[in-house]
Design a protein. Structure first.
Length: 148
């Protein structure tokens, strides 16, 4: 029987300037996907005039989303990273190169390199249920390598 439990997931975030030593994320949200890697399109296809299939490969970023408990230590660190890389008038912004390594409970891992933080919530939002919404932070990477 296969065990597909996600309990025990650990994610190490290293940002070249803001967090050069890195920090571990493990305070994951309960109301959104904690570590989400959407599918990527690696090739496009079309049909020629006479019905011949043609195709070409294309490079695309590997995107991930991390959702954490609002106001947790992990949220605070990710918020610092987002703010440091968010351009605004009159502010010095850093150009962090981000690496994320996720270690799954079965010992396998994925290492994402050459990344940028792309989006996140600059402050807390409140859900209609009366609780703070989980905070989601988005990243894009040049490469991903999986070990089993």
């Amino acid at each position: 029987m296969s065990d597909i439990s996600g309990f025990g997931l650990q994610v190490l975030v290293v940002a070249s300037e803001t967090f050069p030593v890195g920090f571990t994320v493990n305070q994951f949200a309960d109301d959104s996907d904690p570590f989400d890697i959407p599918s990527v399109t690696v090739a496009e296809t079309a049909m020629g005039v006479n019905g011949d299939l043609i195709g070409w490969k294309k490079a695309v970023p590997v995107k991930i989303n991390l959702s954490v408990i609002p106001n947790s230590e992990d949220d605070q660190n990710l918020s610092i990273l987002l703010d440091a890389n968010r351009p605004t008038r009159g502010k010095f912004i850093v150009d962090d190169q981000i690496t994320i390594t996720a270690i799954y409970p079965d010992g396998s891992s994925i290492s994402l390199t050459g990344g940028k933080i792309t989006d996140g919530m600059p402050s807390s939002s409140v859900a209609s249920a009366g609780r703070l919404k989980s905070k989601t932070y988005g990243f894009s990477f040049e490469d991903a390598n999986r070990t089993f």
